[in-house]
Design a protein around this ligand. Structure first.
Ligand code: HMG
Ligand code: MG
Length: 298
């Protein structure tokens, strides 16, 4: 029997490490990227080309991209906020270029210093340039259920932003529950509003586990047919512009769920968990992944 595939997009080395108080060396980032690829991850965000004044932790992304092993079956992805970022991404031949905005005006201003409308305008040449260079474009929408400044976000508000990103030419949209407030009922409402806008294979869900609901939310989305999920090894993450936001859902925990549900991911959970342990050791912290911890105790 062939098993149905689920694609995981590993965001820990970008979404996670961008929040570390001490920047992580390029050598460590390169080693972890290669180890995640060895474990079977097929899509890995290597970093971002953003202002080093805003996010100094990602300043060495060009070095990381130059040193990682490039494999034909592993997509090395980067995040960019503007055309300057696009130049960096194209110079290092990133496979996927991601732009990012939010469904909340206030969050967007804190994150990229512009309104949602201005961000869409800013992305126009970025998406066009990336596509002209033959790159796939991912578009993130943050705060799709709740915002630390504006409270609950209506699904229709998210759908509006998604429509505009698709009109620009984004190939894929990732919906981010940036502050981890969503529960399955809200995920269903979000999917009701957004799934009619694009082929389901072009939609990803990006959960944070702040309130312990990430796995329940992923399970709900799986039930609706979503097959792409973002996650971070060892649950790395948080968000500098969302106080109290804990990490992204841990890749180890998602893999454990997917294995149990009979999905194919191509990832070796034990190998991936070992990378998570090494990262936690280097960062000097305990591993927030429940599955990661349980595997270490076996
Ligand atoms: P600004 O200050 O309004 O822009 O920042 P600016 O155009 O005036 O530029 C300021 C300085 O940054 C200038 O340098 C530019 O050259 C430089 P100066 O002349 O002052 O020396 N600069 C750049 N340098 C390198 N690469 C660039 C770049 N652009 C400008 N691409 C800007 C606006 C968007 C640049 C800034 O706000 C920024 O970089 N923000 C990034 C914030 C960020 O990375 N946030 C985290 C990612 S989003 C996220 O994590 C959520 C997500 O994971 C999903 C979820 O969890 O919900 C995606
Ligand atoms: Mg995130």
């Amino acid at each position: 029997m062939t098993r149905e595939k689920v694609t995981l997009v590993e965001v820990g080395l970008r979404d996670g490490l961008q929040n570390e108080s001490t920047p992580v060396s390029a050598d460590n980032r390169v080693r972890w990227f290669d180890a995640l690829a060895d474990a079977g991850m097929k899509r890995i965000e290597a970093g971002s080309f953003v202002s080093p004044r805003w996010v100094p932790q990602m300043a060495n992304t060009d070095e990381v991209m130059a040193q990682i092993q490039r494999r034909p079956d592993v997509s090395a992805e980067v995040l960019v906020p503007n055309t300057k970022g696009l130049e960096g991404a194209l110079a290092c031949d990133a496979d996927v270029i991601a732009v990012f905005t939010a469904a909340s005006e206030t969050f967007n201003r804190k994150n990229i210093n512009c309104s949602i409308a201005e961000s869409i305008e800013r992305f126009q040449p970025v998406v066009a340039g990336a596509r002209a260079a033959g790159k796939r474009v991912r578009a993130y929408v943050s705060c799709v259920v709740g915002c630390p400044y504006e409270g609950r976000i209506a699904p229709g508000q998210v759908a509006d932003v998604v429509k505009q990103l698709l009109e620009l030419g984004a190939d894929e949209v990732s919906l981010g529950d940036t502050i981890g407030v969503a529960r399955p009922r809200e995920v269903h409402a979000l999917l009701d509003a957004t799934l009619p806008l694009l082929p389901i294979e072009n939609l990803a869900l990006h959960c944070h586990d702040t309130r312990g609901q990430a796995i329940a939310n992923i399970y709900a989305a799986l039930d609706r047919g979503v097959r792409t999920f973002d996650s971070a090894v060892a649950g790395l993450g948080g968000c500098p512009y969302a106080k109290g936001a804990t990490g992204n859902v841990a890749t180890e925990d998602v893999l454990y769920l997917l294995q149990g549900e009979g999905f194919e991911t191509g990832v070796d959970l034990d190998a991936l968990a070992r990378v998570g342990h090494e990262i936690c050791e280097v960062l000097g912290r305990s591993n927030p992944s429940r599955t990661g911890k349980a595997l270490a105790a076996e």
